[in-house]
Write a protein that binds this ligand. Structure first.
Ligand code: UD1
Length: 316
């Protein structure tokens, strides 16, 4: 089978590409390297095609979709605070770009598009763990953009018969998550701080919680979502079913790394949700997904990667 992975040089994308190559599939990566890195594909570089363009360029997308069976669409702006600061930029990439992906996939007669949705569509829901029937109520432009992408995908299913699955990722962490920007995922920031002997910064009181899911589990969910018959048209949570506060996470990291992890507290971020925890019943039933790598094991792998990856450390 031939797969197009948009955002394939990114953190989740490159893990997904590794898994596809391991299983012997043909892979095309389309990535503008705005946040992805070509080094993330070093291991598989010779076995894949890489097209360095943005999803905002419909013509390039059409070229990349030629002969493709499945599109795994991960290219996106991923940051909530970035979307608060510049909502139009997030919309341009996450909404207009996704619409381009859908048009190109439809015209190339792709079998199915799997989309990187987000728990951010639920906003500050009080229903925890959250299942997919909880009505979306995003509280950031980022959440709105992910909901818009999901709705467009479902409409392409109903209007044009393009199969579409939205995976609502919870907080993904693991090797290759880049800590180098203030918008980076919290666990990459924590790891980089501990490695550099700096104090991790916590926005708010640290009692906000997240369902942290290891990137290998997410890569597996991406592949399952391409094939699972009953998944077409659905939004499906991809998390673990557990949640940890940032304070609990720092205590765990202190234990795992042997480094002091005393936080410096800063004012909370606008647009932040308070808690998130996935109900993963649908993912288990429809995809046959289970989060095989648990939180502590995932943190250990991530710490090992940060320790062995000087490049990431010096950018932090
Ligand atoms: C994250 C993802 C988003 C995804 C969503 C799904 C990133 C950058 N964002 O959003 O793409 O759709 O999960 O749930 O991966 N924080 C600190 N210190 C820091 C950085 C962050 O305390 O140095 C706090 C934030 O204020 C927030 C929490 O940690 O309360 C998580 O932040 P972040 O990792 O940016 O993720 P989300 O906003 O949950």
């Amino acid at each position: 089978m031939r797969y197009l992975v948009t955002g394939g040089a990114g953190f989740i994308g490159s893990s997904t590409v590794d898994e596809l190559v391991r299983r012997g599939h043909d892979v095309v990566v389309l990535d503008d390297l705005s946040s992805g890195k070509i080094e993330n594909l070093d291991k598989v570089g010779a076995q894949i095609e890489v097209v360095q363009h943005s999803i905002t360029d419909l013509d390039r997308l059409r070229g990349a979709c030629r002969g493709v069976d499945f599109v795994i669409h991960l290219a996106a702006r991923t940051s909530v605070p970035q979307s608060m600061a510049d909502p139009r930029d997030t919309n341009r990439v996450n909404v207009d770009g996704t619409l381009n992906v859908l048009v190109a996939a439809r015209d190339a007669k792709v079998k199915r598009v799997v989309f990187a949705g987000s728990t951010a569509v639920y906003g500050d829901t009080l229903t925890l763990p959250t299942n997919e029937s909880v009505p979306p109520a995003p509280i950031s432009p980022y959440g709105a953009s992910k909901l818009a992408g999901e709705i467009y995908g479902q409409v392409f299913g109903r209007s044009y018969g393009l199969e579409f699955v939205s995976l609502r990722y919870f907080n993904v962490f693991g090797p290759r998550q880049d800590p180098g920007s203030p918008y980076s995922g919290v666990l990459s920031r924590f790891h980089a701080a501990l490695l550099g002997g700096a104090q991790p910064i916590v926005f708010g009181d640290g009692e906000q919680s997240r369902d942290f899911v290891y990137v290998g589990n997410v890569a597996e969910a991406n592949l399952l979502a391409c094939e699972a018959k009953e998944a077409a048209g659905l939004a499906i949570n991809v998390g673990t079913g557990n949640r940890y506060t940032l304070n609990q996470t720092l205590a765990l990291l202190e234990k795992i790394t042997g480094r002091p992890a005393k936080a410096k507290y800063a004012p909370p971020r606008e647009g932040d949700i308070r808690d998130s925890q996935a109900d993963i019943t649908r993912a288990r039933d429809v995809l046959g997904y289970s989060p095989r790598v648990g939180f502590e094991e995932g943190l250990r792998h991530t710490w090992e990667w940060f320790c062995s990856s000087q490049g990431a450390t010096s950018r932090a």
